[in-house]
Design a protein around this ligand. Sequence first.
Ligand code: PHE
Length: 457
Amino acid sequence: MEISRGLWSSRLGFVLAAAGSAIGLGNIWRFPYSVGTGGGGAYVFVYLICVVAISVPVLFAELAIGRATERNPVGAFKALVPGRLWRLVGGLGVLTGFGILAFYSVIAGWTVGYLWMALTRRLDEAVDAASSGAIFGGLIGDAGPALLLTAIFLAVTALVVRGGVSKGIERATSVLMPALFVLLLVLVVRSVTLPGAHEGLAFLFRPDFSALTPTVVMSALGQALFSLSLGMGTMITYGSYFPKDQSLPAAGATVAGFDTVIALLAGLLIFPALFAAGVQPNHGPGLVFVVLPTIFAQMPLGGLFAVLFYLLLGIAALTSTISLLEVVVAYFVDERGWRRGPAAVGIAAACFLLAAPSALSQGAVPSLGNVFGMDFLTLQNAIFGNYALSIGALMICVFVGWKWGIRPALNSIEEGGGRLLGRRALAFLVRYVCPVAIAIVLGFIIITSVITGEPPF
Ligand code: PHE
């Protein structure tokens, strides 16, 4: 059993794989459009506070659980305490992984479609908002390509996960992550050297606190969890493959640092380019698919930068879908005795069935465009990508802070050497700040939705 689980071959291997999980569409697609609609610098400021006060403690809580038990989320809770309740929290995590994977691979598929259109110069036709919108609508609203691209993405993900922890995931991420970093730097340099770029920088870094509303705060919290892959046991699973004799504290902190830096770099890539082109930043989810192509189409060498950008987005998405599938696979391998290969392929195939209605909800099948007042993809994003993660993160903090215990958790993090800075602060954050803050946010969403009668998404 132990042998079939696998381990990272080195600390760097873990850092790259975990950073690969964290860095994804969340950083390069969702973060910029949330900054854009959330009013810029003030959103960034709240986001950074959430990362430090909530995400980092949850990250270490998850890593501790994984490392102490060397199990998938369900097995991990089972190994630490008896009783059904906590096992259900693990089960919710596995289910959430499956659910996120389903809608995430649809959007990831679009990045492949865009890469293709950039390579074949079809994107050059996106000269204004109308033509770019038509290209986007054409891609996502056509059943054939939408399904095919999703299937391709899931298949590639399954292929990597099938290879195992060190030979599949670690090997892929150790090539993909440096590539991502280089691509991102090239694009940032291009963007910040455009004439008029400074306005974008000001938007990103000069907070205007009058823009802050409770909804903005909520979205920043959700984003801080989503972006670091927290609340569903990804870091429990990845922590479970961390060699016992290696030091974890700095490795964990590096993952959080990388993720944050990459999100900020994505901001530095997108906002200077937007402002330089005189485009408003509040475009919502269409930002990188509808607005950016119009900018590339007018920029010198824009065709090349478009290729690099969608390649970057695709790579970032792949290292995240790998981790989503891995959580589910780890459960079936550890708890159900499945073999890794068939588990990876079978689960990806099953996930395609849940992904299909999302892929078809963007115009191909009109009835899927209106489920509880929104399209099926947005609904899945809200349920799995916001609610389930927040509930999961809340339960994980309660578990570590009040049930299992802070002390064994901290000990498990320090097991292979290395000191965790700010142990007491971390304990306080896990026990009090995180659960209370997350509960307030969740409570707020529910109450507002009851009062306004709108769905709580
Ligand atoms: N963190 C990933 C991103 O930012 C998404 C993700 C969420 C991956 C939860 C795994 C688990 O894109």
